[in-house]
Design a protein around this ligand. Structure first.
Ligand code: ADP
Ligand code: MG
Length: 240
């Protein structure tokens, strides 16, 4: 579903990604871990064309994301993204936040968009908040709305960039639970996270990125319990 070949990204003289190769299968859940500043967010943003690659290739659903002539908007509506900050529209209700893109981009009728939103709010446990505004919700609730909003476009892939890092600790679990349910349903997911417990439990594969390269990757039990590389061991000793 995703194939990345020798992906590089530079900002001026700063080489942030230095030859990333990886392939992600449909229904796979991949967690990306690594130190701050190692290029994790940049990698994720290159997958949906939020950043242009400086070199190499990014293929998503057989679409060449790295080609300037590719219609990125069409591709992006197939890829949901959830950020650290919830980015909900503050002056719109929960319902409006979720129905906006499906109505505008997918041309859904108001009734269909609402039915879809109701089903998703039910799934993330927030049906009672349908008419609330974002500032009336806790951080964890806002993030669950943000996930529902992304899902309303019926994406084939979901990208998460540290979705729980801005949350108070007591709200982390409710967001991870929604993500786990999504994984159990077979969603293809790439999750940048510092939640090693989640990575161990939910990921099919963990990728450790440091200084713009994939140092090591493998099944969670393998990578966490028997890391092959010294850099991986050093990182894990700080976060586990
Ligand atoms: P991570 O998500 O692993 O913390 P990032 O991908 O956000 O790392 O950033 C990797 C490096 O690229 C950092 O040094 C960051 O400062 C730099 N960087 C990211 N985005 C930009 C940008 N738009 N312009 C310049 N430098 C950037
Ligand atoms: Mg980041």
């Amino acid at each position: 579903m995703i194939r990345v070949k020798q992906l590089s990204k530079t900002f001026g003289s700063l080489a942030v990604l230095r030859g990333i190769d990886c392939a992600i299968q449909a229904k796979e859940v991949v967690c990306v871990i690594g130190p701050s500043g190692s290029g994790k967010s940049t990698f994720l943003r290159c997958l949906n064309g939020l950043e242009d690659a400086s070199g190499g290739e990014v293929w998503v659903n057989n679409v060449a994301v790295h080609e300037p002539k590719t219609d990125i908007d069409a591709l992006r509506s197939d890829i949901g993204m959830v950020f650290q900050r919830f980015n909900l529209f503050p002056h719109k209700t929960v319902l409006q936040n979720i129905t906006l893109a499906p109505s505008k981009v997918r041309g859904l009728s108001e009734a269909d968009a609402k039915a879809r939103a109701v089903a998703l709010l039910d799934k993330v446990g927030l049906i009672d908040k349908i008419d609330a505004y974002p500032n009336q919700l806790s951080g964890g609730q806002q993030q669950r709305v943000a996930i529902a909003r992304a899902l309303a476009m019926q994406p084939r892939i979901m990208l998460f960039d540290e979705p729980t890092s801005a949350l108070d600790p007591e709200m982390v679990g409710e967001v991870l639970a929604v993500m786990q349910a999504l994984a159990d349903e077979g969603m293809t997911m790439v999750v940048v996270t510092h939640e090693m417990g989640f990575a161990r439990q939910v990921a099919d594969r963990v990728i450790f990125i440091d200084e713009g390269v994939i140092v090591e990757q493998g099944a969670p039990a393998e990578l966490f319990d028997r890391p092959a590389e010294e850099r991986t061991r050093r990182f894990l000793s700080k976060v586990l």
